[in-house]
Design a protein around this ligand. Structure first.
Ligand code: ADP
Ligand code: MG
Length: 365
């Protein structure tokens, strides 16, 4: 099994006259064997992308190409794709083995061969020995493994995953992430993974396409979108927390945080500085390498780490900067601290790019 090149061009889906498109002019190329995440809030059109790709729904406009072939009019079962949904949708009365063998049986593969192949794929998802059990006797995580084995047994060139892990608890979800990474190394299918969780996209995907209200906001390598979001909407959907209104002049961002260098030139004008909390270092007020000095106003635990909000007084107002402390680092509320904001961790988003997303204190353009 090896993945194909998937090319989606101008995909549009309008459900009813006068209604806003579920998806508008969506284009994306996924290289063979790559995993691309589709990230967006509920209702943004993520499942629509998968349904149109799989041929379960027809586009109002646009096309789907696999390895250069236009799939218009090609039935879902002939597209070389398989889909896994949030719910596993197993046949409860069938054995685990026969659930996995189902597609082969429908294709006319003899029962014995189909069952042998099913066992192979059950092995791949680490469910050796589960073949005889009825599907209804499985736990949620096991059911989802069976659903994955069933999809893989179809030997798809493209694997479509529609929030397949979102109903699982955190530990199981992490196990499934490891399993998927392992399967990618062995089987190399091209993957479109729908998720509303940027951490999941970051853990599994090479690239990400961010959707909002049926529109593609930005697509690219995961790191690039974390570091250089095109808009506040993208920054927020990727979990960005710090937004400091100001203005860019001569390549520097000016705000209550002062005049800060940016990693690459951006156009002059009103702009919001975004800084990933993971990139900010909290030091002492006396640290000579500090970019700003402020007061810790909030601290909350997130697993091993603590996230603090630091208020920095400056010209024309106060800036709030979030920072993730090092494991074991403790800084009490009320303490005056220094902040290092590494140049590579800074980015300025134009205010114009955020229609309908007011920023507190943003200067008017
Ligand atoms: P997501 O998967 O991101 O939650 P969907 O792709 O399921 O979003 O839906 C995108 C938009 O299209 C939503 O506003 C949804 O209500 C609408 N939609 C989806 N399917 C239909 C349908 N069959 N009829 C009418 N509207 C639909
Ligand atoms: Mg959906």
């Amino acid at each position: 099994m090896s993945g194909g090149v998937l090319r989606l061009t101008g995909l549009t889906r309008v459900h009813g006259k006068g209604s806003a498109p579920a998806l508008a002019d969506f284009s994306l190329e996924v290289p063979a064997g790559a995993c691309m995440a589709i990230l967006g809030p509920s209702g943004s059109g993520k499942s629509t992308v998968l349904r149109l790709t799989a041929g379960l729904d027809e586009p109002t406009a646009g096309s789907v190409h696999l390895d250069g072939a236009d799939l218009a009019g090609v039935l879902p079962e002939r597209r070389g794709m398989a889909m896994v949904f949030q719910r596993p949708l197993l046949f409860p009365h069938l054995s685990v083995r026969d659930n996995v063998a189902f597609a082969d049986r429908v294709r006319g593969v003899p029962r014995r061969t189909a069952r042998r192949r099913a066992e192979e794929f059950l092995g791949l998802v680490q469910l050796d020995g589960f073949g005889d059990r009825p599907a209804r006797a499985l736990s949620g995580g096991q059911e989802q493994r069976v659903a994955l084995a069933r999809a893989l047994a179809a030997e798809p060139r493209v694997l479509l995953l529609d929030e397949p892990f979102s109903a699982l608890d955190a530990r199981l979800r992490e196990e499934m992430h490891e399993l998927l990474a392992d399967l990618r190394m062995r089987l190399d299918p091209t993957i479109l993974l729908v998720t509303h969780d940027h951490a999941e996209a970051g853990a599994l995907a090479d690239g990400v396409a961010v959707l909002d209200r049926g529109r593609l906001l930005q697509a690219g390598p995961m790191r690039e979108l974390y570091a250089r979001p095109a808009s506040l909407a993208v920054s927020r959907l990727l979990g960005g927390r710090t937004e400091v209104a100001g203005v860019v002049r001569d390549g520097r961002h000016e705000s209550p945080l002062g005049s800060l260098d940016l990693p690459t030139p951006v156009p002059d004008g009103p702009a919001v500085l975004v800084v990933r909390h993971e990139a900010v270092q909290v030091t002492t007020a006396a640290d000579p390498a500090t970019d700003a000095v402020g007061t810790v106003v909030r601290a909350r635990r997130r697993g091993m780490r603590t996230l603090v909000t630091v208020e920095v007084p400056g010209d024309g107002g106060t800036a709030a900067v979030d920072a993730e402390l090092e494991p074991g680092q403790e800084v009490p509320t009320g303490r005056t601290v220094g902040l290092r904001l590494p140049v590579e961790g800074r980015w300025a988003v134009p205010v114009d790019g955020v229609a309908g997303e007011p920023v507190a204190g943003a200067p008017r353009a």
